[in-house]
Write a protein that binds this ligand. Structure first.
Ligand SMILES: Cc1cc2nc3c(=O)[nH]c(=O)nc-3n(C[C@H](O)[C@H](O)[C@H](O)COP(=O)(O)OP(=O)(O)OC[C@H]3O[C@@H](n4cnc5c(N)ncnc54)[C@H](O)[C@@H]3O)c2cc1C
Ligand code: FES
Ligand code: FES
Length: 479
């Protein structure tokens, strides 16, 4: 029987909440119910990092620590986890955590607003990495905004942690926390609260039964898109089915033909795995939101939003990936190219869910992808492009090109592909292909970029791709 009570570990004790409000954010709960006001609200949309907290989760008799944005996390998803707030970093004898000490010593804190979030991001980094290289440090705080550009002292503080003793009070208390996490387990949850419902099944079979009776429910994975309905649009979500407690769907496996990514796999885990096969996929994911976002967000969620600027989507389109859809009775495999119908509309039907994504392993192919956005980190694309091709004796034998940000849906550039297929790579051919993009796309102007800018950028990215292939080197300020 599913429980209507969520249980989590905080401050070395188990806290139980009966019938929590499914639409309440974790940030609101922490500040107004736990009365811990160290965690701040800045943007309420996952973009500033002021609300960063860390979750501890059991894995193979160990605790995995992940930084997340509490402003876009619904309270019931805390079930079965350890909640770590900035107030919890200080030891019982009142001594500061090494991260806090480092921030003070290096003058990393100028205001009380962003500092708790930075501390929590650095704490998560401190727990997860043995070597604190420059790129790890920058990645770890890319989702935390300091409005007065105090980054240098914060980076200095992070670097000073390289020599710090790793034995903090979390290491000392680990056995006790593991025992508590094991004790509370991770039961299936079913909450009926006034006009709202929330389900967190643990198995696919359970999910199907829930969807049979509640086919209009909203599926919630990382919530980095869906939660904004509540925090920004100020609307309620009546019925939620939380996917991320289904461990059965949290996997990455491969055979000789494709890599299969289960729907509840986080982007953080996927970005590490995909690097070996498609380094450019990894490069794009490194610039996808922030660590806090990627720790919970999924490819399945990104696909289901069908956002024209969803960064995974042009890459998956160019790689000719497939989506495994499942409903109560059967599953179906669909090429991703057939999935998007119109602006934020897909072929997904009520009661159906994305089970997994299959990405072909193409050993002979060249795969390149580029993201253009106003800021390098933690920003949405103006244009995203992906190129997948085989060249033999200077002739293009196979080509698939896809763009995001150029139409109402992420889309293949079929006219451009036709010009390039079976052609030699010459300036004339590339120019023709660039012109063909005009036939493929009529991008709109919005706050991110004008339509004209998008057209020019799309053409330039095509040229850049072939320049890089010809010259066998990367071109750009970050290469
Ligand atoms: C600060 C911030 C930065 C961001 N940066 C980027 C970025 O750089 N690039 C980018 O592309 N996106 C970005 N996003 C958007 C968002 O993170 C992505 O779209 C993300 O991949 C959504 O995944 P999720 O698991 O969080 O989905 P959720 O928010 O849980 O769900 C999104 C939608 O998918 C549906 N859904 C979820 N799981 C399934 C499933 N298994 N089957 C069927 N439907 C499902 C939900 O019902 C919902 O409609 C950003 C968002 C924020 C808040
Ligand atoms: S309040 Fe800005 S990320 Fe949560
Ligand atoms: S120190 Fe807080 S915003 Fe810069």
């Amino acid at each position: 029987m599913p429980s209507n009570t969520i249980s989590f570990v905080h401050s070395e004790r188990v806290i139980e909440i009966r019938n929590p409000n499914p639409n309440e954010t974790l940030l609101n709960f922490v500040r107004t119910k736990l009365k811990k006001t160290g965690t701040k609200e800045g943007c309420a949309e996952g973009g500033c990092g002021a609300c960063t907290i860390v979750l501890g989760e059991l894995k193979d008799n160990n605790i995995i620590y992940t930084a997340i944005n509490s402003c876009i996390t619904f309270l019931p998803t805390l079930n079965g986890k350890q909640l770590i707030l900035v107030e919890d970093l200080i030891s019982k004898d009142n001594s500061l955590h090494p991260v806090q000490e480092a921030m003070i010593k290096c003058h990393g804190s100028q205001c009380g607003f962003c500092t708790p979030g930075f501390i929590m991001s650095l704490f998560s980094m401190f727990k997860n990495y043995s070597k604190l290289k420059e790129d790890v440090i920058k990645d770890s705080i890319a989702g935390n905004l300091c409005r007065c550009t105090g980054y240098k002292p914060i980076i200095k503080a992070a670097k000073s942690l390289r020599t710090k003793n790793k034995i903090d009070h979390f290491v000392k208390n680990k056995k006790q926390i593991i025992a508590l996490l094991k004790k509370i387990g991770n039961e299936s949850i079913a909450i009926y609260k006034k006009d709202k419902k929330y389900f967190a099944p643990r198995y696919v079979a359970e999910l199907k039964k829930i969807l049979k009776k509640n086919s209009k429910s909203k599926l919630l994975s990382g919530g980095t898109d869906l939660s904004l309905v509540v925090t920004k649009d100020r609307k309620d979500i009546e019925s939620i089915v939380y996917m991320n407690s289904i461990k059965e769907l949290n996997y990455i496996k491969k055979n000789s033909k494709y890599i299969e990514v289960g729907a509840t796999t986080s982007l953080s885990n996927f970005e590490i795995y995909i690097k070996k096969y498609y380094p450019d996929f990894n490069k794009i994911l490194k610039r996808y939101g922030s660590v806090q976002i990627r720790n919970v967000a999924t490819i399945a969620g990104n696909i289901a939003t069908a956002s024209p600027i969803g960064d995974n989507l042009p890459l998956l389109l160019a790689l000719d990936s497939q989506i495994v859809l499942q409903d109560i009775k059967k599953s179906k495999i669909l090429p991703i190219n057939d999935f998007f119908i119109n602006y934020r509309k897909t072929k997904l039907k009520e009661g159906q869910f994305i089970h997994s994504i299959r990405i072909p392993i193409l050993v002979k192919n060249i795969f390149k992808a580029y993201k253009i956005s106003k800021r390098f980190d933690d920003d949405i694309s103006s244009v995203c492009a992906a190129f997948n091709l085989i060249i033999e004796k200077n002739k293009i034998k196979e080509i698939k090109i896809a763009y995001g940000g150029m139409a109402a849906v992420p889309k293949r550039a079929v006219y451009c592909e036709r010009v390039l297929l079976n052609s030699s790579i010459t300036k004339t051919v590339i120019d023709k292909a660039k012109n063909a993009l005009e036939k493929d796309f009529s991008p709109i102007s919005d706050m991110r970029a004008s339509g004209n800018y998008r057209k020019i950028v799309a053409k330039n990215l095509l040229e850049k791709c072939f320049l890089e292939i010809n010259e066998k080197k990367l071109i750009g300020i970050h290469s």
